[in-house]
Design a protein around this ligand. Structure first.
Ligand code: M6P
Ligand code: ZN
Length: 181
């Protein structure tokens, strides 16, 4: 806002003096997004991903920025992934910059268009307005990326929960498998 001054966030200080919001999603919080369930994961309830949001107000004119760490693993072969969302203010875009690991961003529109694009170091992904987005870690290391979007965009999880994404991503014998939901 008007009273803000330029500032720097050192994401290598995460856990030490990080000032923003820290969101942690564990397996049991999000297990319904996967095709199958895994009793071992239910018991151990590992962190699937965590998000460190910049200390930014969710209002028009501001830009929210964050770092996401999506851990490696599968639920019976289906790679760990984020819940995924449309923006509540649908006419808002988002940019991702890959920092570590390798993943896919699944994108789809309410009209039924679907695209999967790669994310990783040196890759910037542009998600246009009106496209839902979900991130999948297809590597064996944590997938870490930076994201920025208009701070007033909001998260619409309901539509994705109702309709799902067109495709699910599984570990295959030689690479990855796209499975129609
Ligand atoms: C990215 C951004 C965030 C989002 C996070 C986790 O970093 O798109 O806005 O919160 O991924 O994804 P989700 O909110 O769908 O669980
Ligand atoms: Zn978003």
């Amino acid at each position: 806002g008007k009273d803000m001054k330029p500032f720097v966030v050192n994401f290598s200080d995460i856990g030490i003096d990080f000032k923003g919001n820290h969101i942690v999603r564990k397996y049991n919080d999000i297990k319904h997004i996967f095709k199958t369930t895994d009793p071992t994961l239910e018991r151990e309830n590992p962190v699937i991903y965590e998000v460190f949001e910049g200390p930014i107000q969710e209002k028009e004119g501001e830009l929210m920025f964050l770092i996401t760490i999506l851990y490696p693993g599968t639920v019976n072969g289906e790679f760990f992934m984020t819940k995924g969302h449309y923006h509540t203010v649908e006419n808002t875009a988002e940019v991702y910059l890959g920092l570590r690991g390798k993943g896919l961003i699944l994108c789809q529109t309410k009209k039924g268009e679907f695209e999967a694009v790669e994310i990783g170091p040196n890759k910037v992904v542009y998600i246009p307005p009106f496209w839902a987005h979900r991130t999948v870690n297809i590597s064996d290391e944590p997938l870490i990326f930076f994201a920025v979007y208009p701070a007033h965009a909001g998260h619409d999880y309901e539509t994705v929960e109702k309709e799902g994404f067109k495709k699910r991503i599984f570990r295959g014998d030689n690479g990855i498998l796209f499975v129609e939901q």
